[in-house]
Design a protein around this ligand. Structure first.
Ligand SMILES: [Zn+2]
Length: 121
């Protein structure tokens, strides 16, 4: 799912995963104080710091994904006819996962050829 998805979706997935990890670490760190008393304080401190860094990182990824989705080009997918967003020259459709590209050298089929192929079948 992470590897076979549109770029924006992949960034959102990673952002969410990092937030969950950060929160989990911070909860574990706090739990360390409760269960192990003063001995757990060092572990708790490390957990809190790593958790905080992970959460900051995920915030950065979220912000970045938001910025990119603003600059992303909105196009109609030639395969499933739904409106999707493209990042960069090559990206996958958010709905049918078809790889689309603006680079004619990388494309093995054009939208027009796809139409012909579909009308024949
Ligand atoms: Zn599509």
């Amino acid at each position: 799912m992470i590897f076979k998805s549109a770029k924006i979706e992949a960034f959102r997935t990673w952002g969410l995963l990092l937030t969950m990890m950060g929160m989990g670490l911070m909860v574990l760190g706090t739990a360390g104080i409760v269960f192990f008393g003063s001995a757990g304080k060092i572990a708790a401190g490390i957990g809190l710091i790593i958790g905080l860094i992970a959460m900051m990182g995920s915030l950065g990824i979220y912000f970045w994904a938001g910025m990119m989705s603003v600059s992303a080009v909105q196009i109609e997918c030639p395969d499933c006819r739904k409106l999707t967003k493209m990042l960069g020259k090559t990206d996958r459709c958010m709905f049918c996962k078809t790889i689309m590209t603006f680079d004619p050298a990388k494309a093995n089929i054009t939208a027009d050829q796809l139409d012909v192929q579909k009308s024949r079948s």
